[in-house]
Ligand binder design. Structure first.
Ligand code: LMR
Length: 387
């Protein structure tokens, strides 16, 4: 039976973790996978998370099953965090998922289950796991050019031209903030244009919001997404806690879906539960319980918000330092979140790895938040020498 399986290449991003770990050079720089590092180069557990874990340890009385929906209080708090005043909209239903990946996959399965042959329009480049996650559910994907590596700008006219081809009910995958891999986010004016267009044409935004708080703050990072969801009759939002709560390995996320009315929203909810049951049955509890305790406890919430702000400010200051180091890197300061792309060929990326111990994705994407105060200047110099 298994002889017929095809060989599978290891996931390129995850493989980078092992490659960088195996490099024993003390000067190595790991800007591969998207994990936040502090000024000293570590990824400590957030203060608020540690405190909430202690509370959880002390107060949790049972580990009995919750249900396919997960922790409903967590989902409500995430709905408020993501949608702000829009969270009172009962046409938006949500369930807890295993990370943002689980949310994207569940959303794609829901679309498949709904039938109707909807296609999904995906701007390129995008996070390399988007197509596999969505493709697994069998959705036809239509690619368009989102970003121009040479000019470091969003190809907005090309994007709008590509969306002209979309039919009512087709989906548009958008990054809520901190575009991965480019850092190039739609401006609010562009969100306004694309939201109005999607609403007019009956298109359905499918928004990946994986970095809320790390671009320009918790509220600002949700503004474009909120506009699109408010304007469009139907929408999906995959929301991740991995980065802003730093609970990467705890797989903590949620999927929100907006239906045309309350009745459809309830139909969507029942379908989400039955689909989740066939994939993971129930989502892992720990990360969601921790996030719930943080958001429900005023002192912890304030501390967490301060920590998110600290991460955001640090990323912004690293961006500013890189931009100031060479005019050819100036664009990095205009972009947001953990990632930006360098106009390097895969060979140049390999050379940086071999000669300098600098680990980044083959596309030239690097994790700004992976740099430390000690190595940012050396990184900028090594990169500039190869541009
Ligand atoms: C990344 O893009 O590096 C992160 O989102 C981690 C992952 O799962 O790929």
């Amino acid at each position: 039976l298994f002889d017929r399986l095809k060989p599978q290449a290891p996931d390129a991003l995850l493989a980078l973790i092992a490659l960088a770990n195996a490099d024993k050079r003390p000067t190595k720089i790991d800007v591969g996978v998207g994990v936040y590092r502090d000024a000293a180069g570590g990824t400590p557990i957030l203060r608020a998370v540690k405190k909430a874990e202690l509370i959880l340890l002390d107060t949790q009385e049972t580990k009995a099953y919750l249900g396919a929906e997960g922790d409903v209080r967590f989902v409500q708090l995430m709905k408020e965090l993501a949608f702000g005043p829009g969270a009172s909209d009962s046409r938006i239903v949500g369930v807890q998922t295993p990370g943002g990946c689980g949310a994207l996959r569940l959303g794609a399965e829901l679309i498949r289950q709904a039938g109707g042959g909807a296609r999904i329009f995906i701007g390129q480049p995008t996070w390399p796991n988007h197509a596999p996650l969505i493709g697994c559910a069998g959705l036809p994907m239509v690619d368009y050019k989102y970003y121009d590596r040479d000019s470091h700008t969003i190809c907005f006219p090309q994007m709008m031209e590509a969306l002209e081809e979309a039919r009512p009910g087709d989906l548009v995958l958008l990054h809520g903030c901190c575009h991965n891999p480019t850092g190039a986010d739609l401006s609010l004016e562009q969100w306004d244009i694309v939201s109005a267009f999607m609403a007019r044409r009956g298109l359905v935004p499918f928004i990946d919001l994986a970095y809320q708080g790390l671009g320009n703050g918790l509220e600002a990072d949700a503004a474009g997404m909120r506009m699109a969801v408010e304007r469009c009759e139907q929408a999906l939002v995959a929301h991740s806690c991995d980065k802003n709560f730093g609970v990467y390995r705890d797989r903590t996320g949620s999927l929100f879906v907006k239906g045309a009315n309350d009745e459809t929203a309830q139909l969507i909810y029942r379908n989400l539960l039955s689909l989740a049951r066939t994939m993971w049955s129930m989502p892992p509890d720990h990360g969601a319980a921790v996030a719930r305790i943080i958001l429900d406890t005023p002192e912890l919430r304030a501390d967490w918000e301060a920590e998110v702000k600290e991460m955001c400010i640090r990323i912004r200051s690293l961006r500013a330092r890189l931009a100031a180091s060479d005019p050819r890197l100036a664009y990095i300061d205009e972009q947001n979140g953990m990632f930006s792309m360098l106009p390097l060929s895969p060979e140049q990326v390999k050379a940086l790895q071999a000669e300098e111990g600098i680990y980044m994705a083959g596309s030239g994407r690097f994790n700004v938040a992976g740099l430390s105060d000690d190595n940012v200047d050396r990184f900028a110099k090594a990169v500039a020498a190869r541009l």
